[in-house]
Structures are given as C-alpha cells and as structure tokens.
Design a protein around this ligand. Structure first.
Ligand SMILES: Nc1nc2c(c(=O)[nH]1)N[C@H]1C(S)=C(S)[C@@H](COP(=O)(O)O)O[C@H]1N2
Ligand SMILES: [Mo]
Length: 268
C-alpha cells in the first residue's frame, strides 16, 4: 500500500461500523427483492440503467466500492490537467454564507476538535505553509464542470503542521496510528450559513486542498476568499467557499445539501 493509501485507512471501529451497515443494506436489498418477487424483479429490470446496471443495484455497488477504496487504499486520484486547460473566467455558483463583505486582514480560521483543543489562525500564517498547485475539474451536481488551476495547502499537511486530526494531539501519522484519527471533519462559513461534512479519508486525500489562489491570483471573494476547500473527489457542493471553522470529530457532521436531500458523501 502506498503512503496515501494508508492515509485513507479508517479506524477499526469505523470500518466495523461501515461493514455492518453494508451487510445490513445488502440483506435489506435481498429481502425486499425476495418479498417483492416477480413484480420487484420487473421493476428492477426496468429501472433506468446507469452503465448498463439498473440503478438500485448500482447504488449498492457504489457503496461497496467506496468502502473498498477507503479500506484498501485505492484512494483514487482525480484527473489533473495542464494549466493551459484552465477556464479563463471560471463560473461562479452558490453564495450561501457569503452575504457580508469580509476583510482578509482580520479574518481568522478557527480550528478545533471534539476533545476541546482549538486555535485561531490568520491568513498570513496559513499561506506560509508549503504551497501546492493543482489543476483539476470542479464538478457541480447540476451537470456542468470546469477545469481550474488552484493554489493552496493540502488539508493533510495543514492538519499535520498544526497537530490537528488526532485524538492524542500527536502529529498526523495515519500509517502508524489510524485509530488515533478523528473520523470526520466539519467545515462552515464564518456565519454558519453553509456547512459541509466529510469522512476523514476524503478530508485527508492528497488532492484535498485549502486554497487561497485561483488561476495564479488571489482567490476572488465570490469564489470563496480568503480560504476555500477544493476537493476534486467530491461534487462542487462539498467545495465550501469562505471557511470560518474546521472541526475534527467522530460524529457524522451535518451538511447543508445533505439536509436538502443530496447524498451525504457526494463522491465522484
Ligand atoms: N459558502 C459556500 N460555498 C459553496 C457554495 C455556496 O453556496 N456557499 N456552493 C457550492 C457549489 S454548489 C459549487 S458548484 C461550488 C462552486 O464554486 P465556484 O463558485 O468557485 O465555481 O461552490 C460550492 N461551495
Ligand atoms: Mo454545485
């Protein structure tokens, strides 16, 4: 297993919990189909196929795939592009939590965990961390996508640097201590109007970035200045703009669009 693969390893208890959930789900699917009998089979057969597989089965497969990816470190990388492919004027979508003007000079990022550790960071201190560039596609659940050139710091490096992400307060080392990781993170705008929940494997994915640059310039306000999340393994809805708080916890966090009927994982 590669290092990044290991990083995606969930805690033992989380893995057990997930496999229990899957077993229960597969059982339920089977039971429902058995009792529905021929009518059920007909319904399943006619359900519009994605990739030639009826969608109810597709859902189950996708779920199993996700667990496999987390457990066996497939931790797949999203495709990357040359910077020349980046959209000249990237589209803006969604302004929840961006109502009031914000001063990047006085803005602070609050970072905390369920054990009560917390800190407050200025943009200056965050942008001093080793910078990464990445050219990836932002995919909106509404059906459009755009290639964008991002600059920022991987969330895993950020967490390691500030010693967040672990229960012990030790520097992040998922390879040696997977059970020391909190299982989820919650991110919200400063006014808490927009908020996103992520499983820790996705949060610590090598392509999950805290960004302050877009196409070689400071991030514009409507794209989430001073700091936004870019997570190309998830749909646009998880790419929260204008982060005010990041919280590490075990409880599955609430999520703005999940509360409105979208898949909580919103994975690609
Ligand atoms: N704070 C905040 N972040 C947000 C949204 C929002 O409404 N508010 N919309 C999301 C959605 S649905 C998408 S597709 C992307 C779009 O990012 P962009 O405006 O930089 O293209 O931002 C995401 N992040
Ligand atoms: Mo979106």
């Amino acid at each position: 297993m590669t290092e990044s693969a290991q990083a995606a390893f969930p805690s033992d208890s989380e893995a057990r919990r997930q496999s229990r959930r899957i077993t229960r789900r597969s059982f339920l699917t089977g039971a429902v189909l058995a009792s529905a009998g021929l009518a059920g089979w007909e319904w399943l057969r006619r359900a519009s196929p994605e990739d030639g597989i009826p969608w109810p089965l597709r859902r189950v497969l996708q779920f199993n795939e996700r667990l496999a990816a987390a457990l066996f470190g497939a931790s797949r990388l999203a495709p990357t592009y040359t910077p020349s492919r980046a959209a000249a004027r990237p589209r803006v979508n969604g302004a929840i939590g961006l109502d009031t003007p914000i001063d990047p000079g006085t803005w602070r990022l609050r970072v905390e965990d369920a054990a009560g550790r917390n800190t407050s960071l200025s943009l200056d201190s965050i942008t001093k961390l080793p910078r990464t560039e990445m050219v990836t596609e932002l995919k909106c659940i509404e059906g459009w996508a755009e290639i964008i050139h991002w600059g920022g710091v991987p969330l895993r490096d950020f967490a390691a640097h500030y010693r967040f992400g672990t229960r012990s307060g030790d520097a992040l080392d998922p390879q040696r201590h997977p059970t020391d990781l909190w299982t989820h993170i919650y991110l919200a705008t400063p006014d808490h109007d927009y908020y996103v929940g992520l499983d820790i494997a996705s949060a610590l994915h090598p392509q999950t970035l805290l960004c302050w640059e877009m196409n070689g310039r400071p991030l514009p306000a409507n794209h989430g200045a001073p700091l936004r999340l870019v997570i190309p393994v998830k749909y646009g809805i998880k790419n929260i703009k204008r982060i005010g708080i990041i919280r590490f916890q075990d409880e599955r966090p609430s999520d703005y669009w999940a509360e409105r009927g979208y898949d909580w994982y919103a994975g690609l």
